[in-house]
Design a protein around this ligand. Structure first.
Ligand SMILES: Nc1ncnc2c1ncn2[C@@H]1O[C@H](COP(=O)(O)OP(=O)(O)OP(=O)(O)O)[C@@H](O)[C@H]1O
Length: 451
């Protein structure tokens, strides 16, 4: 078979290259599923390989890509104009990832044709026995399969060996795998947040979900990079909150510049302290899982990734059409589980409780409060943060309700003022329905251990 007759899809190759030239996010979205030798056209192989190098260096530009390629293509066109055409054509192609299967399929077919030709040649030459030829062929077929599906079944014995190895290391060196939350009493119910864990944190509006997630994230960021996809606040608002928490000055006072000399010093110290944790904030009000994934892969390759936090579930954009909200959230939570497994980091996702759940006779959080039953299905750990104080304040008895009701209300309020409960509603590795009470410092949006 001549080279021209071999399976290929040049249009798909051009579309992927054009999109990757346009943005490194597009490149990282396909980077773990395409190798340069899967492109059919030799120039395309070169272009993709140069884009990979430049994206890894983090400085993608058309001129830099052109500078690392021959000045002209095989038809004598200038490389710069060839790349510019690729870039322009990519404007209308839609999602770059849709072209990856076509390129990978054509590459796998070419590999199989090559393999079949080798088997035929080997049989005709008569130098090797049939069993040897078959063994070589089956190893080559496994390679083709591995490219198409990088995961392979693993022996339970090998898996047990690595799990036991990690356990021994933790035991001997006192280095535990995964991450703690930074709050000892929370650790008692959550345990270690490990690779591939999908953790949901459910709570009513204003109960401190963002604050708790950020606090846990900052703790993890002391040892490993953390990405916060913040769809509710701006990155500056997140930073102002962290400055407030570290300095003890409220966000309002920071924003209004209302602080004295000593506080000014505290803010400077907080600013210096905040230079330490490797916390990255991405504030975009609507993101798809695919976009989040691309950012995570880029970070993983450049500086590493210890944990991903998404604030919050409701804001994640779906790419498919759905009958209703349940179907949309079910698809998203399923994709989040795949994302956590692929990235091999804990993924913490915040979810809002419905207003209906807060109107129940017993408003204590339950697992189905988030209006997304798939949270229970896909989450490895489901936690709820609950501030009864806030609920009581919103449900003050009517002024004519009588002295007894008012008295009860005030007693209950006094009991839970400045406190928050964290309840474990599902845990794959621990006893669920455990709960711990923390101190809530509203003005600093921070949780502390109860003394
Ligand atoms: N200066 C302040 N004094 C007292 N409480 C404050 C102050 N600033 C913020 N808070 C409280 O902090 C809480 C907000 O915390 P956080 O944003 O973490 O909650 P959330 O559960 O993520 O809310 P949402 O669902 O709206 O994002 C609110 O209850 C708010 O009243």
């Amino acid at each position: 078979m001549s080279r021209r007759e071999l399976p290929h899809n040049l249009a798909a190759e051009r579309a992927v290259l054009g999109a990757c030239l346009k943005s490194d996010t597009a490149f990282w979205g396909v980077a773990d599923r395409l190798r340069s030798d899967q492109f059919f056209h030799p120039l395309h192989q070169q272009v993709f390989s140069v884009i990979r190098d430049i994206c890894t260096e983090g400085r993608l530009s058309l001129s830099l890509v052109a500078s690392r390629l021959p000045a002209e293509d095989e038809e004598g066109r200038s490389m710069m104009s060839y790349l510019a055409v690729l870039l322009k054509d990519a404007e209308d192609v839609g999602s770059v990832e849709d072209f990856v299967p076509d390129i990978a399929e054509a590459a796998a077919r070419r590999q199989l044709i090559h393999l079949a030709e080798c088997v035929l040649k080997g049989v005709k030459a008569g130098e090797k026995g049939a069993m040897d030829i078959a063994a070589d062929a089956s190893a080559a077929i496994l390679d083709v399969m591995q490219v198409a599906s990088p995961k392979r079944p693993q022996r339970i014995g090998d898996l047990a060996q690595s799990v036991a190895g990690a356990a021994r290391m933790a035991n001997e060196r006192d280095v535990m795998p995964g991450f703690g939350t930074g709050l000892p009493s929370l650790d008692e119910i959550v345990g270690r947040m490990g690779a591939g864990d999908l953790i949901f944190l459910v709570g009513s509006q204003g109960d401190g979900k963002s604050a708790l997630a950020m606090q846990v994230g900052m703790h993890v960021a002391m040892s490993r990079p953390v990405l916060l996809c913040q769809m509710e606040m701006t990155a500056e608002q997140v930073a102002a909150r962290e400055l407030a928490a570290a300095s003890g000055i409220t966000v309002g006072d920071i924003q209004e510049g209302a602080f004295d000399f000593a506080q000014r010093d505290a803010m400077l110290q907080a600013q210096q302290w905040l230079a330490g944790p490797d916390m990255m904030v991405l504030d975009d009000s609507r993101m798809t899982i695919r976009q989040i994934r691309a950012h995570c892969i880029a970070l993983k390759r450049t500086r590493g990734l210890g944990m991903l936090i998404i604030d919050q579930l409701d804001k994640i954009k779906s790419e498919a059409r759905h009958k209703d909200r349940f179907e949309r959230l079910a698809e998203i939570t399923g994709d989040l589980k795949v994302l956590a497994k692929d990235l091999m980091v804990p993924v913490l996702v915040l979810a809002q409780r419905t207003r209906g759940a807060q109107r129940r006779d017993d408003p204590t959080p339950q697992i189905n409060d988030a209006d997304a039953p798939s949270i229970e299905r896909d989450g490895d750990i489901v936690l709820a943060v609950w501030r009864k104080e806030s609920w009581l304040r919103q449900n003050r008895p009517h002024k004519d309700a009588g002295a007894e009701k008012h008295g009860n209300w005030e007693t209950q309020l006094a009991l839970c003022a400045g406190k928050a409960q964290v309840i474990s509603l599902k845990h794959r590795r621990r006893k669920p329905f455990e709960e711990r009470t923390l101190k809530w410092i509203g003005k600093l949006t921070r949780f502390e251990e109860l003394t």
